[in-house]
Design a binder for this molecule. Structure first.
Ligand SMILES: NC(=O)c1ccc[n+]([C@@H]2O[C@H](COP(=O)([O-])OP(=O)(O)OC[C@H]3O[C@@H](n4cnc5c(N)ncnc54)[C@H](O)[C@@H]3O)[C@@H](O)[C@H]2O)c1
Length: 388
């Protein structure tokens, strides 16, 4: 029986999915340090973590039974993905299970800031009745500028148009414009067109300091600014300056920016854009399905470190899932070995990713132990599994 170890309070749906698939599941509430992890991984085939447990090369080296790691979160920096791939351990995450949660927070903040809700709320709590329409606007008819038109940016584009906003976007990659959204050819072009500017770029290192004094100055007078992506893309002292001078009329950031504390019409949240009960549940289901499918069918769709192959459950065949070093001749060797052992091939798929290749072969008859050993002993072999 395959054994799964789930750490860090992963959503209970994951346990249900893996138990129903026939795995023995052990759960632990906290994260583990490296030595604790090595000890806990003894006899474990599937490890589930969130962001706190570091899965180092050393831990992976000491886990000979481990076949897959599920990161029940968005990021995978806590896993040594290269080391995992070199041991034939497939890693999965949930890249878009919290997208909707981030988009809903962005929408709520765009409306709140455009209506100056934060200021009215603060004043009322201080006993000040300030009934004024000055500086408060509808979002209908205003222009939203989305920087980074990926999972979050595109979904925000659709919902914002449904609120009656015009959408412009800028992305460094070629992207399909959804609905009536218009692509801008430069960040400056977007900044000049938008009443609300919202950042949804990814965390590549080149995006450090993407938005600073020059960009704030380019924004329209009285425009609103949001950053729900990564903290390091924005120069916060420059944003503080832009708000204090009144050039930027409001801002929302989902990171702790000390400089913005106490400023008018500013919303600060502790990186909770993707933190909803719905997102946690969706992440639990998504990753549990990915690791379950990998263990039962060999499917590696959306794995972040091994070649991707989409595979269904194959009845009436014996499936050989072979991760190997990506060198010439492996496919021929697999087929020659199977032929030598009288095994007929019903279907075969190959994918490669960098230094790794993955060939999945459906055989019409049982693959005998000698054939499996012959392939496992090949110098380019990384991990071979027989799935029936
Ligand atoms: N606040 C939260 O809790 C929370 C939750 C989930 C994701 N995020 C963050 O939100 C961001 C977006 O997530 P996603 O899933 O939409 O990512 P994604 O990878 O799907 O999209 C990012 C897009 O930004 C574009 N891009 C990268 N650099 C750019 C640049 N300099 N100028 C213009 N476009 C650029 C990319 O081409 C891509 O289309 C990420 O940084 C992610 O870490 C935050």
């Amino acid at each position: 029986m395959l054994k799964a170890l789930l750490l860090e309070n992963i959503h209970p749906h994951a346990r249900t999915i893996l138990t129903e698939a026939g795995f023995e599941v052990v759960t632990r509430s906290g994260a583990l340090d490296e030595d604790e992890l090595i000890e806990a991984l003894d006899g474990v085939h599937m490890l589930g973590i969130r962001s706190k447990t570091q899965v180092s090369a050393r831990a992976l080296e000491h886990a000979p039974d481990l076949l897959t790691v599920g990161a029940f979160c968005i990021g995978t920096n806590q896993i040594d993905l290269r080391a995992a791939a070199s041991h034939g351990i497939a890693a999965f995450n949930a890249p878009f299970s919290n997208t909707r949660s981030v988009v809903e927070l962005a929408i709520s903040e765009i409306i709140a800031l455009t209506r100056r809700l934060v200021d009215f709320d603060r004043q009322m709590h201080a006993g000040v009745w300030n009934k004024s329409a000055s500086g408060a606007h509808e979002v209908r008819g205003r222009t939203l500028g989305i920087v980074g038109y990926g999972n979050i940016g595109t979904q925000l584009s659709v919902l914002a148009e449904n609120l009656g906003m015009s959408v412009v976007f800028y992305d460094t990659a070629e992207k399909l414009a959804l609905g009536n959204a218009r692509r801008m050819h430069s960040l400056d072009e977007l900044l000049e067109a938008a009443d609300v500017v919202t950042l949804h770029v990814d965390g590549r290192s080149g995006n450090a300091g993407l938005f600073g004094a020059k960009q704030f100055a380019r924004m329209r007078e009285g425009a609103i600014f949001l950053n729900l992506s990564r903290g390091f893309v924005v120069d916060y002292p420059a944003l503080q300056e832009a708000i204090t001078s009144g050039h930027v009329a409001g801002a929302a950031v989902d990171v702790f920016a000390h400089e913005l504390r106490g400023l008018p019409n500013v919303i600060l949240t502790p990186h909770t854009g993707g933190s909803t009960e719905e997102a946690q549940e969706a992440i639990g289901q998504f990753v549990a399905h990915k690791v379950r499918d990998y263990l039962t069918t060999g499917s590696t769709t959306l794995s972040v470190n091994v070649p991707n192959l989409a595979l269904d459950q194959a009845p009436d065949v014996h499936r050989l899932a072979y991760l190997h070093r990506n060198v010439p001749g492996v496919l021929a060797a697999v087929n020659a070995t199977l032929a030598e052992h009288g095994v007929n091939i019903e279907g075969q798929l190959l994918a490669t990713r960098g230094e790794l290749g993955y060939v999945v072969t459906d055989a019409g008859s049982l693959v005998d132990e000698a054939a499996v050993t012959a392939l496992r002993d090949r110098p380019e072999s990384v991990r071979l599994r027989l799935l029936s």
